[in-house]
Design a protein around this ligand. Sequence first.
Ligand SMILES: [Zn+2]
Length: 229
Amino acid sequence: MAKDYAYSPQIKKRIRKVIQNFANVLEASAGSHDDYLRHLDIHKDDDANQIRELYLRYRDHLAKGVVYFLAFKNTSEDIPGKLLVKIGYSTRLEERLKEYKRCSIHCKSNGSGKTLLQIPKRSLPTPAVFAHLLERIFQTVLEQRQYDYLCKCDTNHGDIFRFDPVHGISDEFTAAKCRVMDLKKQFEKWAEIFMGPMGLESLHKEVLSIHGPLLKRIEEMFKVANIRL
Ligand SMILES: [Zn+2]
């Protein structure tokens, strides 16, 4: 269990809060969405945005996916020499990595992203349940390293974390990989809480049966109204 790791009381408190906020969303009853949607008119832009926001929130909360770590090229003058690592989650990792072509990341020869680490492991075909929560927990554990990085894609990526260089390793990608490997065991233990034999699979199935229909319903609403979701 992750209790093997000596998190500060502050980080523990933050992790608890992240889990609590996540649970609060999933504890809403399915009926409360009916009421909410009934008062919105999809043909009004503001209302359509609210419905979209609800859709994205539940889509993220219910998603099964992969948490990935990417090495960024540090072009920032603020923190020379630091190694930059992005932590994200995706339900379609291969496509997501291609989208990073326009970012300052270390790429494969085809230009797409190259991960330092994936959780669950690449060899495991099953994605992680509640992958978005897993991502948020990792980000919370590292929050003191968080750095707002203005990327060459003109986005201020907030989910980037900075690490000290590794003595004797000048290659940024290899050095970042070393730093991430130091964290691997810890993060795999978290993944085990979600996906292991005592994991959250059945809880995930349950909340999916409660809130999954909401996603279908909203997709249908946008389709009928002929509006892009
Ligand atoms: Zn970028």
